[in-house]
Design a protein around this ligand. Sequence first.
Ligand code: GLY
Length: 354
Amino acid sequence: MPHDRPHVAIVGAGVIGLSCAWQARRDGWRVTLIDPHPMRGSSWAAAGMLAPVTESTPSEPGVLELGLQAARLWPQFASDLTHDAAQPCGFNDAGTFVVGIDRDDASELTRVQSQLAAYQLDYTPLTPSEARARESALSPHLSSAMFVPGDTSVDNRALLGALTAVVDRLGITMLRERATTVDAQHVRTAAGSTIMADAVVVAAGIDTPALIPGLDIRPVKGQILRVLMTGATGKLLTATVRACVHGRHVYLVPRSNGEIVIGATMEERGRDIAVTVGAVGDLLQDAREVVPGIDECELIETWAGLRPVSRDNLPIMRIVNGVVVASGHGRNGILLAPLAAHVVKDILKGVVTP
Ligand code: GLY
């Protein structure tokens, strides 16, 4: 039967591919997603911070600017997704506390604050006791604190659940096969399928260079863990806490069910995803120093994921050899998903996006 709607084939069903699929479908495209293991890459492994300010460095103003643009899209993206999926997507707009433990950590925080002020970014300096008054599980031994209201979070697994529900509800085809070659109008798979389409998008994270040779995207390993507050004590944290602990960085991202995700290492180890005793030990030691109540939590999961990182830490969202590429989102894949979907939608429409 002939189809009157244009067809887009999207390789990769992580948060970027799924978001592009959803938005393209909303725009009237017929959509096929191709992924042997939908949702099991770095999107599943992520912590879900939507943190343009605290995840960027002053040496990368482009990363900050893209992150801020994406953060502005998030409330509407979350609300539309909750509507289309008919289930929550785990968005938490509670903001982020940034704290330090010793005097050097406090100097680091002062440096960060002057950078935030230079960029006119919103933050509130706090005394340690003011921070504890707002987030009572924080350690009484902090040296410094501030609050960044615009850095929010989303439960990435709830998000993926909502995006999957949208795939089902909107009639997007999911082909669980591994793509081996792509061109402007075809995707061929290891299982022998050929998918013909009016446009092809590759959002395959660290597998993108295998399909689009020459793209510089490498895996950067992150080890991460999840703890759960047990018993009748309820939730330990309401907002994300980022900390500098004797010069080392750790983050704690709370979920609505009382879980806390603690992460993460940055390791250049190819595709190794072994979870090591040293990394888990360091993350737990630092997290316990910042939020001592972690001791009462149950350790429920440890894992490692591979961030798709480009050479300049900026995502690659453009046409390469006739194929639309949306990959290399690095530490900010979840944050940048609405922006990637928006850019890809415009590219598919032929609109030039700056
Ligand atoms: N965005 C958090 C991380 O990459 O660890």
